[in-house]
Design a protein around this ligand. Structure first.
Ligand SMILES: *Cc1c(COP(=O)(O)O)cnc(C)c1O
Length: 389
C-alpha cells in the first residue's frame, strides 16, 4: 500500500458530482468539538442557508448524518406508524425504494405507477386518495435519477392537502439544480443529499419538515422505530437545548455550509438557469451525435440529469469504460428497464459548466466513432445553444 492518490475524474454520472475547491478547503479545516461555539455557529448558518435553498420558512430544517437514503428513511420513520395508509408514486428506482422503506415502517402502501421515463398523472393520485381509508401520507420523487423525469408537484400537493394527507417529496437530485419550492408546493416533508446538485461529497442529507409534519411527529402513539434517525431527539441537538444525541460529522458539516454559501452567492434563479441551459446544450450535442432523449416531453426533462437511448449497435458498457479509462469521465448506465440501452448523464452542481459538457461531447464523439457510428458535429450544436444565452 502507498498513499492514496485517486484520479481527478469528471463526474457526470447520477452522483456524486464534482466538488468545488472551496468545499474541499472546508473539509480540510481543523476539527472542533460538536458543542464548540464555532461549530454551533456553523449549524445555525447551515440551517438558515438550507431554508433558503429549500425555499421554506420551516423551523425544523437540518442535515441528517448519512446519505440521501438516510433522509428518505428519516422522513418515513418519523411520521409513519404501523397500519398507516400511504400513497406513493412509482416511476423508477427511488419510488420503489420509498415503498420498501414505508413497508418496513408497517405502513399499508398503495402504489401509483407510471412507465419509466414518464411522469405520474395526478389523476391517479386522486383515484388512490378517494378509494379506501384515510391516507396519512402522499409521497413522490421530484427528480427520478433512474429515468431523468422531472415530476410536476403542484397538482399532487394540492390533492394531498385536500385529502388531509401529509405531502412528502424526494428532492435528492433536484435541490440546488431546479426549484423545489417547499412552501409554495405545500410540501410537508422533504429530503435531499449532498452529493448531487449541492456539490458536496456524499455524507449528509438535508431534511425539512412543516409544522403539520412536526405535529404528526409529536402526536405519535409509538416510539420512532429508529433510534439514530429519531427527529425528536436530533431536533434537540440542532435546537436551543443542544442536547447530545450523536456526534455531528464535523467536516461534512463544514463542507455543506461552504457549498450552501456558494449557492447563496450564485443565487437560486441563476443556478437553476445554469443547469437548464447546460442541459439544453448537452442535449443538442447528443442529438447531433445521433442519441435520442428517453424523456419525450421537453418540460419533463430533468436539467441536472439527461437520459439518452444508446443506439443498438453500440455496447453501452464498453463506451462507459472507454470514457472512464481513456478520458477520466464517469457517466451512468441505465437501471431497470433502461439497463443496457440508456445512459444517464449528469450535469449537477459544480459539474454543470460549458467546459465540462464540451469536454464530454468531444470524448463521446471519439468513442462513438470507434464503434463505427458516423457521429459528428455535436460540439458545434452545443456551442450554438451556449452562445444564444
Ligand atoms: C441518489 C438518490 C437517492 C439516494 O441517495 P444516496 O445518497 O445514494 O443514499 C434517493 N433518491 C434519489 C432521487 C436519488 O437520486
Amino acid at each position: 500500500m502507498t498513499q492514496l492518490n485517486p484520479p481527478e475524474r469528471l463526474l457526470m454520472g447520477p452522483g456524486p458530482s464534482n466538488v468545488h475547491p472551496r468545499v474541499y478547503g472546508a473539509l480540510a479545516a481543523p476539527i472542533v468539538g460538536h458543542l464548540d461555539p464555532v461549530f454551533l455557529d456553523v449549524m445555525e448558518q447551515s440551517k438558515a442557508l438550507l431554508r433558503d435553498t429549500f425555499e421554506t420558512k420551516n423551523e425544523l430544517t437540518i442535515p441528517i448524518s448519512g446519505t440521501g437514503s438516510a433522509g428518505m428513511e428519516t422522513c418515513f420513520v418519523n411520521v409513519l406508524e404501523p397500519g398507516d395508509r400511504v400513497v406513493i408514486g412509482v416511476n423508477g428506482v427511488f419510488g420503489n425504494r420509498m415503498c420498501d422503506v414505508a413497508e418496513r415502517c408497517g405502513a399499508q402502501v398503495e402504489r401509483v405507477e407510471a412507465a419509466w421515463g414518464e411522469a405520474i398523472d395526478p389523476a391517479q393520485f386522486e383515484v388512490a386518495l378517494e378509494s379506501g381509508a384515510q391516507t396519512k401520507l402522499v409521497a413522490v420523487v421530484q427528480a427520478e435519477t433512474s429515468t431523468g423525469v422531472l415530476q410536476p408537484l403542484e397538482a399532487i400537493g394540492a390533492l394531498a392537502r385536500e385529502h388531509g394527507a401529509l405531502f412528502l417529496v424526494d428532492a435528492v437530485t433536484s435541490l440546488g439544480g431546479v426549484s423545489v419550492g417547499v412552501d409554495t408546493h405545500g410540501i410537508d416533508l422533504c429530503y435531499s443529499g449532498t452529493q448531487k446538485c449541492l456539490g458536496c461529497p456524499p455524507g449528509l442529507s438535508p431534511v425539512t419538515l412543516s409544522e403539520s409534519a412536526v405535529s404528526a411527529l409529536q402526536s405519535r402513539k409509538s416510539k420512532v422505530q429508529s433510534w439514530y434517525l429519531d427527529l425528536g431527539m436530533i431536533a434537540q441537538y440542532w435546537g436551543e437545548t443542544r442536547v447530545y444525541h450523536h456526534t455531528a460529522p464535523i467536516s461534512m458539516n463544514y463542507a455543506l455550509r461552504e457549498a450552501l454559501l456558494l449557492i447563496h452567492e450564485e443565487g437560486l434563479e441563476s443556478r437553476w438557469n445554469r443547469h437548464r441551459t447546460h442541459q439544453q446544450a448537452l442535449l443538442a450535442g447528443l442529438q447531433t451525435l445521433g442519441l435520442e432523449p428517453v424523456v419525450q416531453e421537453p418540460s419533463l426533462r430533468l436539467p441536472p440529469l439527461t437520459t439518452v437511448r444508446v443506439p443498438d449497435q453500440v455496447d453501452e458498457a464498453a463506451v462507459r469504460k472507454q470514457l472512464l479509462t481513456e478520458f477520466d469521465i464517469e457517466i451512468g448506465g441505465g437501471l431497470g428497464v433502461f439497463q443496457g440501452n440508456a445512459w444517464r448523464i449528469g450535469l449537477m452542481g459544480h459539474t454543470s459548466s460549458p467546459k465540462n459538457l464540451m469536454t464530454f461531447l468531444a470524448a463521446l464523439e471519439i468513442c462513438l466513432r470507434a464503434t463505427g457510428l458516423d457521429a459528428s458535429g455535436g460540439l458545434a450544436q452545443a456551442h450554438k445553444v451556449l452562445d444564444a444565452e
